[in-house]
Write a protein that binds this ligand. Structure first.
Ligand code: UT7
Length: 315
């Protein structure tokens, strides 16, 4: 497949580190030094599905496609206000899609997992024009009294329209099941028959374990994918890495021995927006005119599960 268009959409409310230091025991100094985050966009009066629709319509417009042209729609999402129907159905109804649609929950590497599903559908001859929307509101998963998690996240949506082409050179997905590293537990409706004890637990994270997994998984994914494709690092134009923490990105850069100039970032302005992160960064770079035809882009993302993935795409 080939990327024909990109789009993104962010909540209007921007929360700075200094704003956070007024509501919890934290500081701009701690957050900046430990994460590289300065501000993040946080949902206030918006609906996540409206951000997702906005991103999707922008990507369709850039691709020169209408909703009727789309034959398959994949929405990557961890949490939204609906349990059912799927977020992809809600977005479809708002923007006028009538093709089959699915939600996938693969946490932060959701874009790469979606890309793999899209590529497989295309190669199986099931769809030629595919829309991927990654929409996440991780700020709604945190306890805002918990400074160890709430300062890390931001909300948003990114979208990609894919059409026929052979620009996806390779995708590798990786799983290291460890559900205790990043998790949130939501209480379901009660019934007259429930006798087990149940709990509502906001987002919990073993930060240092996740940090190590992120660096190890990303460098191993990238090295093995490039080796498999016979592509040298010198041939890679840009690495679009999940924006979780600037120190994670720096460590990956150092292990790969690649220069700063190949790693565009927006972590300072957005924080970690889960699966939306790679697609928002891709759209921002695209709008800045960063990519030229033939550029090789390497996507790498990692997160809850634990899951990780890498994709190599020719622009
Ligand atoms: O998409 C994937 C999702 N997650 C990630 O990628 C996160 C990966 N992990 C990380 O990015 C880092 O582990 C964190 C940024 C979460 C934490 O950084 P750290 O260097 O591992 O810090 P730490 O958890 O070891 O905490 C160090 C200190 C602690 O104080 P003490 O025990 O040394 O007195 C914390 O209580 O920093 C304290 N601390 C804070 N202080 C001010 C933790 N959060 C904050 C805060 N403000 N927001």
């Amino acid at each position: 497949m080939k990327i024909l268009g990109t789009g993104s959409s962010l909540p209007h409310k921007v929360v700075s580190n200094d704003d956070l230091s007024k509501i919890m025991d934290t500081s701009d100094e701690w957050i900046s030094q430990r994460t590289g985050i300065k501000v993040r966009h946080v949902i206030s009066d918006e609906l996540l599905e409206d951000l997702a629709c906005d991103a999707a319509l922008k990507a369709l417009s850039m691709a020169g496609k209408t909703p009727q042209d789309i034959e398959f729609f994949i929405c990557s999402n961890v949490v939204n206000e609906y349990t059912t129907p799927s977020l992809s159905c809600i977005i479809s109804s708002k923007i006028g899609l009538s093709c089959p649609c699915i939600d996938i929950n693969c946490a932060c590497p959701g874009f790469i997992f979606s890309l793999d599903v899209a590529d497989s559908y295309y190669k199986a001859g099931k769809a030629n024009n595919i829309l991927i929307v990654c929409a996440d509101e991780p700020t709604r998963m945190c306890d805002w009294n918990d400074r160890t998690t709430s300062v890390l996240f931001g909300d948003g949506a990114g979208a990609v329209v894919l059409g026929p082409g052979d620009n996806i050179k390779g995708i590798q997905l990786h799983s290291l099941p460890a559900p205790d590293k990043i998790w949130q537990h939501r209480l379901l409706e009660s019934t007259p028959f429930i006798t087990k004890s149940e709990m509502n637990v906001p987002l919990q994270m073993k930060g240092r374990d996740v940090f190590k997994f992120a660096v190890n998984a990303s460098t191993a994914d990238v090295e093995s994918m490039l080796a498999k494709l016979g592509i040298s690092k010198g041939e890679v134009s840009y690495y679009i890495v999940h924006q979780a923490n600037m120190r994670i990105i720096d460590a990956i850069k150092n292990y790969l021995g690649e220069p700063d100039s190949k790693f565009p970032t927006n972590i300072a302005d957005h924080g970690n927006s889960s699966s939306a992160s790679c697609t928002i960064l891709l759209d921002e770079c695209n709008h800045n005119g960063m990519f030229k035809s033939g550029d090789l882009l390497v996507f790498s993302a990692f997160g809850a599960g634990l899951l990780s993935g890498v994709a190599v795409l020719e622009w």
